[in-house]
Write a protein of this length. Structure first.
Length: 902
């Protein structure tokens, strides 16, 4: 008990005390710094303040008891280790204060560097740096700038303007031309700006600087951009951030210093090799901000072979240790390499599959682990089309393929304009010199992002990859002029609103709209690429992992298809049956006229004649589908929507009738139609005469459909095929409804099927909450259940499915009432509970009852895991999502904790 209490109140961990599995507590950065420290890699010493301390601070508005003393103790031990004291005038220790949440949120939260500098220690720093005054004063002005902006909310532009003024006075555009005196002057100017905005002098006391910086990092968890990013990435809002306090090392001490980012494999394609960027004589922030153009990491071999070889050795060790692609930030201070960060690196969808396959080949992971490391969202991305490039399309520029995909759209230059045009339904490409966290909303709204500066690790690149959004960065042939809303490339001016196309795989930029072609992964699924004989590492990896997913999954995957063509495509994609064949569309087009006759029929004979005319047409529809799905089950749902949906809209009819009457024309038919529409008008049609209710009210309608299904099945079977129809009754809420339909249907089936050997099942949708709650009774009359989670969500929440997403979901998402639309991903606690109850009670009443789902959730990765957990037999989704559902069903089978799509 006593030991537990000590652990609970421990808010600060030395790097040597942590490890990579403590991400919840130490954040990703802190946990991995600890891991590297324990591996013996050269990490600058430091300590991590836990996410618990942050959460306590954010809840109470003050640091938790004991935190200050623990920081003091760890600071003292850091000082002992470094042989320097924080802010010491002669030989100061400086520290960086960095955020680090459980999930990486690049650039979203705050960092303050050079904490510990003041008017006196700046002199000591210069001495430490061998009398390098310029460096010392530059470090000091960076501290005031960062501290002012982050900790005290001084507007960043004011510092920028002062810097610009200093450069102008010097007659230069380059920071590096400012000498020590200029920078000393700039420090004075910065201090004045600081005092003007905060009403106090820049704090000289190092420990106060440290405490305020820590507090600012805690608070940055709730900064608007961090909140927006979390929502986009579905990161829970209550995790809090850890804070890492690390001894500063400097990459800007001269030509023998520098900083860089490295990947152990290409995060774009997954190819093996050494990837990264290096920037000599710079601090890490300069690389990430993409402010100066970097050189490829390989060039470090010429610049500093010793550090390069050492880095390669550490990269190999890290990859071996983490058994995955790692990304690394490092700094070289006067020829000494320091590892500042590592983590299992973000990667594109293609790279995720390719790397998982490679690691299996290398014996580092097994196929289960490979399956675990990819996900349905990535697979869906790989199924996007790519550009079809004929000679007429020549690129006008080439940047870095920072995040793959093909995107065309109208050029916009600001985040606000991107949001505005996207809301009008336009595709836009956000073009910037470089992006920063304030552009986040625009990046979310845009189809693609194009920047003229920055490498693979710039803000634009990192964030776009995380979002799965196409991005070309560092296209430096583009002369971007944001205020003038234009860019110039290859002598041509591109204005806001002009269309460009960007290829995030090759980095090429085209003027105009380039047509697109399907992905190789789709071609593979369609069967036109033989995975065993193709020299495409991505297709090979996809094939291998999909094969494993299929072997592992318990859930079957069916498709929602209403035509033979859709059924055929879904079957090629691996569908194992049709889970929902909606019959509504079969009443449209030139069959509308027959539906009108049905609705207007005033006698039994007229109605029967209309139904008799529909029967052969319906039969042909089903024959087509049964043939395509030969041997596989086909669930046909009897007609669901209210019949008036098949008639012209009320207003239009009323106008037509009035105009025709005015002209003295014969409008008897239109008048009858109008009267029918008026008669059938409902205030809440979704809760009105539809589904089974329609079948019970319009005599012969369901009977005609049942007959068409049974006759089609018999015909297909008699001609050598195998049809396995399952008739599904929609919108059942009470067993009596189902029993009535079933009694009539069984008679017809017995009559039609005779001794043909065809077996027809009769079951129901569970899409009305009452059906879920009385599933035990309903199961007595149903041979299968299929969950209609669209209606179940609509009626479970009381959300009109056609209105609410556009109307107010944004507010619900903003308030965190749910993290994702419940129409997109199943609401496990509410609607999911109804599914669980119905599954359990249904099976208790009828053991072995076949259970499936055919609402949109059937193809949603996270929902597939839920349906696996509740024990359904199959999920059914649109043809294009069938591979995604197969993959996720496989993943669900090898995990018990649900999916983690990050
Ligand atoms: C459902 O409600 O989930 C369903 C599949 O039916 P529909 O979407 O056609 O209402
Ligand atoms: Mg429905």
């Amino acid at each position: 008990m006593a030991a537990q209490e000590t652990v609970e109140h421990k808010y600060v961990y030395d790097f040597a005390e942590g490890n990579k599995d403590l991400k919840d507590l130490l954040g990703g950065k802190g946990a991995n710094l600890a891991e590297m420290t324990n591996l013996g890699l050269p990490v600058p010493p430091g300590f991590t303040i836990t996410t618990e301390a942050c959460k306590a601070y954010l809840t109470t508005g003050r640091e938790p008891d004991g935190l200050a003393a623990q920081i003091e103790a760890h600071l003292e031990s850091l000082e002992r280790e470094m042989g320097r004291k924080l802010g010491d005038p002669q030989d100061p220790l400086l520290v960086s204060v960095r955020s680090g949440a459980k999930f990486s949120m690049p650039g979203m939260m705050e960092t303050v560097l050079n904490v510990g500098l003041n008017d006196r220690s700046v002199v000591g720093l210069s001495a430490q740096a061998g009398g390098n005054d310029r460096f010392a004063w530059d470090s000091y002005r960076r501290l005031i700038q960062m501290f002012g902006k982050t900790v005290c909310e001084v507007p960043g532009e004011e510092f920028e303007h002062a810097l610009d003024d200093a450069k102008r006075a010097k007659g230069t555009q380059n920071d590096l031309d400012l000498d020590a005196d200029d920078l000393r002057g700039l420090v004075d100017a910065y201090k004045k700006i600081f005092a003007k905005h905060t009403g106090r002098e820049f704090p000289q006391e190092p420990r106060e600087q440290l405490d305020l910086a820590i507090r600012a990092v805690f608070e940055s968890w709730n900064a608007e951009r961090a909140v927006v990013y979390r929502r986009q990435e579905r990161i829970p809002a209550d995790l809090g951030t850890a804070v890492n306090v690390v001894a500063m090392v400097f990459g800007n001490l001269g030509a023998d210093s520098g900083t860089g980012v490295a990947f152990t494999r290409d995060p774009g394609s997954g190819a093996q090799g050494i990837y990264g960027d290096y920037l000599a004589n710079a601090q890490g922030e300069d690389v990430v901000a993409g402010i100066r153009n970097t050189v490829p990491l390989q060039e470090l071999e010429q610049i500093d072979k010793k550090s390069y070889d050492e880095l390669l050795d550490y990269m190999a060790r890290l990859e071996e240790h983490y058994k995955d692609l790692c990304d690394i930030e490092f700094t070289i201070e006067r020829g000494k390499l320091w590892m500042l960060q590592t983590r299992v690196g973000k990667r594109t969808a293609a790279a995720a599959f390719v790397i998982a396959g490679q690691l299996v080949d290398e014996g580092l992971i097994d196929l289960d682990e490979a399956l675990h490391r990819v996900n349905g969202a990535q697979l869906a991305q790989l199924m996007f089309p790519r550009f079809r490039l004929d000679h007429e399309f020549q690129p006008v520029a080439k940047g870095i393929g920072a995040s793959p995909g093909a995107a065309s759209g109208k050029v916009v230059f600001t985040s606000a304009r991107a949001v505005e045009l996207a809301a009008e339904g336009e595709s836009v490409i956000l073009v910037r010199r470089e992006t920063n966290p304030d552009d986040l909303n625009g990046m979310i709204a845009a189809k693609g992002i194009l920047t003229s500066r920055g490498g693979k690790t710039s803000h634009a690149a990192v964030v776009a990859r995380g979002m799965g959004k196409t991005c070309v960065s560092g296209a430096d042939e583009l002369d971007v002029n944001v205020p003038a809303k234009k860019f110039i490339v290859a002598g041509q001016t591109v204005n806001e609103g002009d269309v460009v196309s960007i290829d995030g795989t090759t980095g090429k930029v085209y003027l105009g709209e380039v047509p697109v072609m399907p992905s190789e992964v789709v071609q593979y699924f369609e069967g036109s690429l033989d995975p065993e004989h193709i020299d495409n590492p991505l297709v090979r990896a996809v094939h291998r992992i999909m094969t494993h997913a299929d072997a592992k999954r318990r859930l079957l995957v069916r498709t929602n298809a209403d035509t033979g063509a859709d059924a055929a495509r879904a079957r090629r994609f691996g569908a194992e049956g049709i889970g929902l064949c909606r019959t509504e569309h079969m009443f449209l087009g030139d069959r509308r006229e027959l539906v009108e006759r049905l609705i207007l029929a005033s006698t039994d004979e007229e109605r029967e004649a209309a139904l008799a005319a529909l029967l052969p047409l319906q039969r042909e529809d089903f024959i087509d589908i049964f043939r395509e799905m030969d041997g596989l089950p086909v669930t046909v749902r009897l007609i669901d929507p209210p019949l008036h949906e098949f008639l012209p809209p009320l207003e239009q009819l009323a106008v037509n009738v009035a105009v025709a009457q005015e002209r003295g024309e014969d409008v008897a038919k239109e008048e009858a139609l109008l009267a029918a529409v008026r008669r059938m008008h409902e205030e809440n049609p979704m809760l009105g005469l539809r589904g089974v209710r329609l079948g019970l009210v319009i005599p012969g309608l369901f009977a005609m459909q049942v007959r068409a299904i049974a006759e089609a099945a018999v015909e297909v079977t008699r001609s050598g095929g195998s049809a396995c129809p399952e008739i599904m009754v929609p919108l059942v809420g009470a067993v009596q409804e189902l029993e009535t339909v079933r009694a009539e249907a069984e008679k017809i089936i017995a009559e039609v099927v005779g001794d043909s050997g065809v077996e027809v099942l009769i079951g129901t949708m569970i899409e009305v909450p009452r059906a879920a709650l009385t599933a035990g009774q309903i199961a007595e009359a149903a041979q299968f259940f299929s969950f209609g989670t669209n209606d179940l969500t609509q009626m479970g929440w009381g959300f009109s499915r056609d209105d609410v997403e556009g109307a107010f979901f944004w507010r619900y998402l903003e308030l965190g009432i749910f993290g994702i639309s419940p129409f997109e991903s199943i609401d496990r606690e509410g609607v999911g509970r109804l599914v669980r109850i119905a599954a359990e009670e249904g099976r208790a009443a009828r053991p072995g009852l076949k259970l499936g789902v055919c609402g949109e959730h059937g193809g949603d990765p996270d929902s597939v895991h839920f349906f696996h957990e509740v024990g359904l037999d199959y999920v059914s989704c649109s043809p294009f999502r069938v591979p995604v559902a197969r993959l996720e069903a496989g993943r669900a089978a090898i995990t018990t904790t649900g999916s983690d799509s990050r």
